[in-house]
Design a protein around this ligand. Structure first.
Ligand SMILES: [Fe+2]
Ligand SMILES: [Fe+2]
Length: 284
């Protein structure tokens, strides 16, 4: 039986999570507005120096294969488009949130949650482009934030002796363990956070059910995409302390996507190549 005082503390912590940096929220609003100009977007992003530096670094990675070095946000928008720049800004903003938390209890390397989340975002986008291209940007956001609930539960896991004992038997903090100790898993906590940030319902559902998409109301494809993208990145071991884990894939997700074991293997290769390209700096 989970203590109700613990549940109360967790819910209170969720409420106290600070909002995403204002510039990220503003950029999300602007990129959803078809009337907005590149100059306006440029103005908002350029106000945040750290964010601008990160965006330029990403633009100049080999992933985008641009023919020239990008040195300003307005050039980035011109060459890569609003949506790509939006995703870059969001990734940098989410990193600023993750960087404040020690999540080694979840078997991540130092800052591994940022690498894992970015990889899942790229994998989500890769899968969405094949299954439903209109979902690509939302899928990227869902991948980026799918594990955000861990920033709350990680703290309580570290404080719990029983958890630490169980963890020494197996390095993986399972959903079952979270449900046993907290009465909720990190996915549910994450969906509350996304709700607090006023994210659209399809995103809160995808985050909330990224480990059990068949249980989500209406079984939205976005939850299935996030689930598969997570599995791909767990197999690749991105951000983890171990070389990679192979959770089984539910029959429902094979059915919903028409994927086979071979398709998943191909996806792993494709995502790995995309990730290698984002970390390599451009040679021009
Ligand atoms: Fe998760
Ligand atoms: Fe994950």
């Amino acid at each position: 039986m989970v203590e109700s005082s613990l549940i109360k503390r967790i819910l209170q912590d969720i409420k106290e999570i600070p909002p995403l940096p204002e510039v990220a929220t503003r950029v999300l609003q602007l990129t959803n507005d078809p009337e907005v100009s590149a100059a306006e977007l440029n103005q908002v992003i350029s106000r945040d120096e750290a964010l601008t530096a990160n965006v330029l670094k990403l633009c100049n990675s080999a992933y985008y294969g641009l023919p020239r070095v990008i040195s300003s946000v307005s050039q980035a928008i011109m060459y890569l488009g609003f949506q790509t720049v939006r995703n870059m800004v969001l990734s940098s903003a989410v990193n600023q949130v993750f960087i404040k938390h020690d999540l080694s209890i979840y078997n991540y390397r130092k800052n591994g949650i940022s690498d894992h989340s970015f990889a899942v975002a790229v994998a989500c986008q890769t899968i969405a482009r094949k299954l439903r291209p209109g979902l690509s940007d939302t899928a990227f956001t869902s991948g980026l934030l799918h594990d955000v609930g861990k920033i709350i539960l990680g703290k309580y896991l570290r404080e719990n002796d029983q958890v630490l004992q169980q963890r020494s038997a197996s390095p993986i903090v399972t959903r079952a363990l979270e449900l046993e100790f907290f009465g909720m898993d990190h996915a549910q906590v994450g969906s509350h956070i996304a709700d607090n940030w006023n994210f659209p319902q399809e995103l809160t559902l995808a985050i909330g059910f990224h480990h059990n998409p068949d249980e989500a109301k209406g079984r939205p494809l976005l939850a299935v995409i996030t689930y598969l993208a997570d599995i791909v990145c767990l197999r690749l071991g991105v951000g983890l302390n171990n070389p990679g884990i192979h959770p089984p894939i539910s029959d429902y997700c094979f059915e919903a996507t028409g994927y086979s074991d071979d398709t998943i293997d191909e996806l792993c290769k494709e995502v790995q190549e995309a990730l290698q390209a984002t970390t390599k700096s451009s040679d021009h």
